[in-house]
Write a protein that binds this ligand. Structure first.
Ligand code: ADP
Ligand code: MG
Length: 446
């Protein structure tokens, strides 16, 4: 059997090149359509794009997932093509893995392990995960990065720039520069597994009193900037829980709620990637939280803004809402834009505004919030002038939508209002600032 070797890695890079060409072609055609009235066969071209993206996985996938939550950042056909991206790139073969491991841990790297799976057990966005056991008998997950991912990310970001420029040429509703800057920073951070190891340890500390939330333990002596080794946490995908009793589904939902929002409301920190692969559920309904490659640290007053907006909506207090949006980083909002933004805010906050046991609404057409987002987008376009999305909004929004879809899948029946009020009842901006500063320093993330 032929290994997926350095040569084929070259193939990967070439594929990135091909994608860029396709994107550039796409830009040209869309421009043609707009300015010259030339109709293009969009669905054909979408197929072309899908083919070019074909075996690709990695950072571009994440970008695709995020883009699909920004309505009309791409024509529907392209959004679909992005969503179809599968993580089916050929894994690194054993010979290659051995060379990579030697490079990370030294020539006698195998001595550290009782056993080490020759095949990858899971794909990672910048590499792959092998299961291993050390001499203490601990079962481990070794996330090994592909070489040259920095240039892959650079290539992705170039494509993203093209996608955004197509969008902005077409549509003036949303200004994307801040979104781009935010994605760029997070994607580059994800390269550094030492940073991720620190974030993992920090989460372990933040959630130390939560008996039902589990974070892997990082094995320092077996980790580097390109290899992250942590204890293996066994669990099932959340989707296998949808057929359980409502009591069980509710417990899982509440554990997820705490896993996501304790870090936010006590430290101003959120796990920015509530993707289905990034957590599993244990037989006792506890949550295993994985993947600390995309952690967003907010200014403490931003968290105050999140709560202020909730209070403003609760009391129908427009003045307070204006102030809250300013804290979020929205600038110069006309009354009409403010009202339009509030349609989105009401959608996101609705479950916590109602003091009753309820499920979270339906995910129409598979994407939670897409319909409301489209409506908001349409209105913004009609109003003209565009709106700049503050950087902080990107992952806050994504986390809220990601968790929303989890709760929909689970059909959890919960009084979200009580749960939320309980979470924020001791909220205090000053103590968040202090907590945050302390742990960022303690875990070398300052
Ligand atoms: N500690 C762990 N225990 C069990 N499975 C893990 C662990 N770490 C990673 N995995 C598996 O590997 C996959 C990829 O790891 P992840 O950290 O999410 O990589 P990425 O940051 O590239 O998404 C996860 O979706 C999960 O299936
Ligand atoms: Mg992941």
């Amino acid at each position: 059997m032929q290994d997926f070797d350095e040569n084929s890695m070259g193939g990967r890079v070439k594929r990135y090149g091909r994608v860029s060409t396709t994107m550039a072609g796409l830009a040209a055609r869309l421009m043609g359509e707009k300015f010259l009235g030339i109709k293009i066969a969009r669905s054909d071209h979408a197929a072309e794009l899908t083919q070019a993206l074909g075996n690709l996985k990695g950072p571009l996938m994440k970008v695709g997932q995020i883009l699909s939550t920004i309505p009309e950042a791409l024509p529907a056909e392209y959004a679909q093509a992005f969503q179809q991206l599968q993580s089916n790139a050929p894994p690194m073969g054993w010979a290659f893995v051995r060379r990579r491991m030697k490079a990370e841990l030294g020539v006698d790297w195998e001595k550290h392990f009782q056993n080490f799976s020759q095949e990858a057990v899971a794909a990672a966005s910048l590499g792959q995960v092998h299961k291993a056991t050390d001499h203490k008998g601990r079962v481990l997950a070794c996330k090994l990065q592909y070489p040259d991912m920095a240039s892959a990310i650079t290539a992705d970001l170039n494509q993203l720039k093209i996608i955004f420029s197509i969008y902005e040429a077409y549509d003036k509703a949303i200004k994307t520069s801040q979104i781009y800057d935010e994605l760029k920073d997070r994607l580059f951070e994800e390269l550094d597994y030492v940073r991720e190891a620190n974030a993992c340890r920090m989460y372990s500390h933040i959630l130390r009193h939560e008996k039902n939330i589990h974070v892997p333990e990082v094995i320092d002596e077996l980790s580097t900037t390109r290899l992250l080794t942590s204890t293996w946490l066994e669990g099932k995908k959340i989707l296998t829980y949808v057929d359980r009793s409502v009591e069980e589904r509710n417990i899982v939902a509440m554990n997820m709620f705490r896993a996501w929002y304790i870090p936010l409301y006590f430290y101003g920190i959120i796990h920015g990637d509530p993707h289905l692969g990034n957590y599993t559920i244990r037989p006792d309904h506890g949550v295993n939280l994985l993947d600390f490659g995309c952690i967003r640290v907010f200014r403490p007053d931003f968290v105050n803004g999140v709560i202020e907006l909730y209070r403003a909506l609760q009391n129908n207090d427009m003045e307070r809402a204006v102030h809250a949006y300013e804290i979020w980083g929205f600038k110069n909002l006309s009354k009409e834009k403010l009202e339009t933004l509030s349609i989105w805010a009401r959608f996101l906050y609705e479950p916590v505004l109602e003091d009753r046991v309820r499920v979270i609404g339906e995910a129409k057409h598979g994407v939670y919030g897409r319909e409301t987002a489209q409506k908001v987008h349409q209105k913004l376009r009609e109003l003209g002038g565009g709106i700049t999305i503050p950087r902080e909004f990107v992952f806050m929004d994504r986390a809220a939508l990601g968790l929303g879809s989890v709760f929909i899948h689970l059909q959890a029946e919960i009084n979200w209002h009580q749960l939320f009020e309980d979470m924020i009842k001791d909220f205090d901006e000053a103590s968040i600032a202090k907590n945050q500063k302390e742990i960022l320093t303690q875990f070398h993330l300052a």
